[in-house]
Write a protein that binds this ligand. Structure first.
Ligand SMILES: *Cc1c(COP(=O)(O)O)cnc(C)c1O
Length: 427
């Protein structure tokens, strides 16, 4: 549970920041109790304002694949800061990070950096609409693509329900530009494209869903989306804001050998600083100003401090290639959590891929948002608070991915499993 100082700070924050936070999930509404306020982080560990230390599985929701305050990232950001934090003019490091991104994701022939993943997605959709001259975008239920107005639409059972806004303040007319289908539903996608393919500007998809909890694409799902979009001359947008440089060095698209038309990145490529990027085939991206008629800009886009932190992160990842080890550790964690749950006869499903996992409290196989929602979120909340008591910080919401970093050690895992055993016992 949150300590005394966290509680006091939350009370104070609530009097100035909306809900005490700057992004809703941080408020712990999904798990109950007050949020923990952090003071510092180093490697796999974070320390709160009360002086308690936790093994961190949130990693700032994805960016910190190298762990907190990694020396190389720190040094690069510091050096960049000392040279002047922003110019609003081109710098060399933007070019270098762009090249590093394209080297790892060759489909991104031209890249534009933004300051967040949301901006990257918003802009990629604008480009797709300009390129195709169409308005509709297909997304998948439970997919998260930032807080873009027209994409804050998730509900609507049945096959191709036209969207109902999930957030207040989204004009119905904009929500109607979004089509929805269940993730992994190949037949539904085929059916939709048969009747409406020619109206669809783009399909936007997380190649591994990580915002309904971790859900991997089933065999043929992404391939089908590629084939359908190609046939109807729609664009395929991979939202790799989480998967980019998380699954492998590069994107899911490289490992899965599927080439999207446009790709969105964020999180890891900023090394903990605010960054997003979108890119794709030259012929599409050159629609963007100043080359073309699609306007998109940003005062702090390509900010040199953020670019330096991102570049240092990618260089360190490339040099150390921690992916196999992180995947192995995640698999071990998954297996142990499963067997602990089995031992206590708890209905638990653990989905995992690479360095991400989600613990669902359900009997059902989780392969889309509907099955994810069968999870007993109250049980997750109790599990979460049990872990917190034991010194382990899991994402404070069910439909999220717990993430390992390269800094997690065998000792961290043992410590985590100890805490998990106690948390399961208390369920
Ligand atoms: C986090 C996330 C975004 C939004 O990125 P922000 O930097 O939070 O705006 C978009 N898409 C996916 C898949 C994400 O996980």
């Amino acid at each position: 549970m949150a300590g005394k100082k966290s509680k006091a700070l939350f009370a104070r924050s609530k009097k100035i920041l909306v809900g005490g936070v700057n992004s809703p999930v941080r408020a712990f509404n999904a798990v109950g109790g007050d949020p923990v306020f952090f003071r510092s982080g180093k490697g796999s560990r974070v320390t709160d304002v009360d002086g308690r230390t936790f093994v961190d599985y949130c990693g700032s929701w994805g960016p910190l694949i190298l762990g907190h305050a990694h020396p190389e990232v720190l040094a690069a950001a510091k050096a960049a800061m000392q040279n002047g934090s922003s110019f609003g003019a081109p710098t060399q490091v933007e070019c270098e990070l762009g090249e590093a991104v394209r080297d790892a994701l060759p489909s991104m022939q031209r890249v534009r950096f933004t300051s967040s993943g949301t901006e990257a997605v918003m802009s990629a959709m604008r480009v797709a609409r300009a390129y195709t001259g169409r308005d509709l975008v297909l997304k998948f239920v439970g997919g998260y693509h930032g807080h873009v107005d027209s994409l804050l639409v998730a509900a609507g059972s049945g096959a191709t329900t036209l969207g109902r806004p999930d957030s207040a303040g989204v004009p119905a007319a904009w929500a109607k530009t979004t089509l929805l289908l269940p993730y992994n539903d190949i037949e539904a996608a085929k059916k939709l494209f048969k009747t409406r393919g020619r109206e669809i500007a783009a399909v936007i998809v997380e190649p591994v869903a990580a915002n309904m909890g971790v859900v991997a694409p089933e065999e043929g799902f992404l391939e089908t989306l590629r084939a359908l979009t190609k046939k109807s001359k729609s664009l395929l947008i991979f939202d790799e804001v989480i998967t980019g440089f998380r699954l492998f060095y590069g994107g899911a698209q490289v490992a899965m050998k599927i080439t999207p038309d446009l790709t969105c990145l964020g999180k890891i490529i900023g090394g903990g600083m605010p960054v997003g990027a979108y890119g794709g085939r030259r012929g599409i991206m050159e629609l963007v100003a100043p080359m073309g008629p699609v306007y998109q800009a940003g005062t702090l886009s390509g900010n040199p401090v953020a670019m330096a932190a991102g570049l240092a992160t990618l260089k360190t990842l490339k040099k150390t290639m921690p992916y196999a080890r992180m995947a192995e550790e995640t698999a071990i964690l998954t297996q142990e959590l499963r067997s602990m749950a089995r031992f206590r006869s708890l209905p638990v499903r653990v989905n995992h891929i690479a360095s991400m996992l989600t613990v669902f409290f359900t009997d059902a196989e989780v392969r889309d948002f509907a099955s994810a929602k069968t999870s007993d979120t109250k049980a997750y909340a109790r599990f979460h608070s049990g872990l917190l008591e034991g010194g382990v910080y899991f994402p404070p919401a069910q439909f999220e991915a717990a993430m390992l970093s390269a800094a997690h050690t065998a000792r961290d895992l043992e410590f985590t499993l100890d805490a998990a055993a106690k948390a399961f016992k208390r369920l």
